[in-house]
Design a protein around this ligand. Structure first.
Ligand code: PGA
Ligand code: ZN
Length: 425
C-alpha cells in the first residue's frame, strides 16, 4: 500500500441506502482535513456461508421486514466515529485494527461487519483521493497492472432465481481475449446470443433475469443450461479456446447436512457428485468449479482437486469465506487451487488484503467477487486490479450494479493505456 502525505479524518457519516435487491445497506462517507470525501456502500449475499462475518440487521419486522441496518449505521456514527476522528486516513491497518478490537468478537457481530467494512472501504477511498492517485494504485503500487478476466454469470439458478436449477451460477470466461475490453465484448456478445437461444427453445419468459443479471430460464438441469450456453458461444462466433465455462454450484444450498446432495432432482453421495462433476468437465469446456461440496467438506474438496485440479480450477467461496485461518487450512490440505475473495465475508480491507496475500503465496488463483446483493460501488474493480486477481466475478453484463464494476475496469484500462496487461491464464 502507498502511504504518502498524512491527512486526518475530519468527519464520518453513515446512512441507510438500498442495495440491488431493494434491501437496506450501509453507506459511509469519510471526510479528511485536506478535503477528500471517500464514499463506500456495503454489498450483501444471499447464499451466504455460515462462517462469514456477521451482517448486522435490525430484525424489527415493522420496517423493511427486519432487514433494516439502522443499528449498524448508528454503530458507525456513534461508536466508531469518536475512536477514529483525527487519525491519519492512510493508516488503514491501524484503523481497521481499532474497529476490530472495538468490536471484540470473532465474527464482528457486535458492531456488524457491514458497519466496519463500510468505514474500512471509505477510508481507503478517501486516502487514495487525498494522495491524488487511483484507488487501485493506493491499494498496491505496481509498475504495470494486469486486468482480470471477467467471469460473467449468464444463467442464474439456486438462491438467485425462481427456477429449478440447483447449480447457482453458469459463467462464461473469455480467456482467449487479448484485453479486458475485448473480453467484455466477447462475453456480452455471447450474452445476447444466449437470449436468442433461450427464447427460441423455452419461450419469451426464459429471458427474464435473476439477481446477478443472468437469465433465469425455466429449465431444470445443469446440462440443459450448459447446452444453451455452448450453442450461444458458437452462434456468437467463438470457440472453446476463446471462451471457457465455469460453474458455481454453491452446493451448501442443496446439501442436506447428512451426506446427500439433491441436485437436479437426484440425490447423490459425495462420491457420486464427484463423478458427476468429472463427467460434466469431460463433456464441456469447464475451466472453473466453485463450491462443488458443502462449506465444511474440506476432504471432499481435496479429493476433487487432486482428481481434476490440473484441468479445472476448484474455487473455495463458502468454504473459505475470505478467512485467513480457513484459507490456511485449505492450503495445507490442498483442498482447492483457487479462492474467491469477498470483502464483506471478512469485513475489512486489510484483512481482505492479507487473505489475498496468503492465498497467492500458496499458489492459489485469486478471484475477486461481487455479492448477489450489490450496489453502484466499484471498489472491487480497483481491488481486482491492485492485486492482479486472475478473474473478477461481477455477474452478467446487465443490471447497473453489475455493469458498474465492468465499466470501471474499462476506465482503468483506458487510463493505463498501453501499459495495461491482461490475463496470463
Ligand atoms: P452470494 O452469491 O453473494 O449470494 O453469496 C455469490 C456466490 O456464491 O459466489
Ligand atoms: Zn459462490
Amino acid at each position: 500500500m502507498v502511504s504518502k502525505v498524512p491527512d486526518k479524518i475530519s468527519d464520518l457519516r453513515a446512512i441507510q441506502v438500498l442495495d440491488s435487491r431493494g434491501n437496506p445497506t450501509v453507506e459511509v462517507d469519510l471526510h479528511t482535513r485536506l478535503g477528500s470525501v471517500g464514499r463506500a456502500i456495503v454489498p450483501s449475499g444471499a447464499s451466504t456461508g455460515i462462517h462469514e462475518a456477521l451482517e448486522l440487521r435490525d430484525g424489527d419486522k415493522d420496517t423493511y421486514g427486519g432487514m433494516g441496518v439502522l443499528k449498524a449505521v448508528s454503530n458507525v456514527n456513534r461508536k466508531i466515529k469518536p475512536r477514529i476522528l483525527g487519525l491519519d486516513c492512510t493508516k488503514q491497518e491501524k484503523i481497521d485494527r481499532i474497529m476490530i478490537d472495538l468490536d471484540g468478537t470473532a465474527n464482528k457481530s457486535k458492531l456488524g461487519a457491514n458497519a466496519i467494512l463500510g468505514v474500512s472501504m471509505a477510508l481507503a477511498r478517501s486516502a487514495a483521493l487525498s494522495q491524488n492517485i487511483p484507488l487501485y494504485r493506493y491499494l498496491e503500487d505496481r509498475k504495470r497492472y494486469r486486468l482480470p478476466v471477467p467471469m460473467m454469470n449468464v444463467i442464474n439458478g439456486g438462491k438467485h432465481a425462481g427456477n429449478k436449477l440447483s447449480v447457482q451460477e453458469f459463467l462464461i470466461e473469455p480467456v482467449g481475449a487479448k484485453s479486458f475490453s475485448d473480453a467484455l465484448r466477447y462475453g456480452t456478445e455471447v450474452y445476447h446470443a444466449l437470449k436468442t437461444v433461450l427464447k427460441e427453445k423455452y419461450g419469451p419468459n426464459a429471458t427474464n433475469v435473476g439477481d446477478e443479471g443472468g437469465y433465469a430460464p425455466p429449465i431444470e438441469s445443469t446440462e440443459q443450461a450448459l447446452d444453451a450456453i455452448t450453442s450461444a458461444v458458437s452462434n456468437a462466433g467463438y470457440g472453446d479456446s476463446e471462451i471457457m465455462l465455469g460453474l458455481d454450484a454453491a452446493s451448501s444450498s442443496f446439501y442436506d447436512g447428512k451426506g446427500r446432495y439433491s441436485i437436479d432432482g437426484r440425490s447423490l453421495s459425495p462420491e457420486e457428485l464427484l463423478e458427476y462433476y468429472e463427467d460434466i468437465a469431460s463433456r464441456y469446456p469447464i475451466l472453473t468449479l466453485e463450491d462443488p461440496f458443502d462449506e465444511d467438506a474440506f476432504s471432499d474438496f481435496a479429493r476433487i482437486t487432486s482428481k481434476i485440479g490440473k484441468k479445472v480450477k476448484i474455487i473455495g467461496d463458502d468454504l473459505y469465506v475470505t478467512n485467513k485461518e480457513r484459507i490456511e487450512r485449505g492450503t495445507k490440505e490442498k483442498a482447492t487451487n483457487a479462492v474467491l475473495i469477498k470483502l464483506n465475508q471478512i469485513g475489512s480491507v486489510s484483512e481482505t488484503l492479507s487473505s489475498i496475500s496468503i492465498s497467492k503465496k500458496a499458489g492459489f488463483e485469486v478471484i475477486v467477487s461481487h455479492r448477489s446483493g450489490e450496489t453502484e460501488d466499484t471498489f472491487i474493480s480497483h481491488l481486482a486490479t491492485a492485486v492482479e486477481s486472475s478473474f473478477i466475478k461481477s455477474g452478467a453484463p446487465s443490471r447497473g450494479e453489475r455493469t458498474a464494476k465492468y465499466n470501471e475496469l474499462l476506465r482503468i484500462e483506458d487510463e493505463l493505456g498501453k501499459d495495461a496487461l491482461f490475463s496470463n491464464l
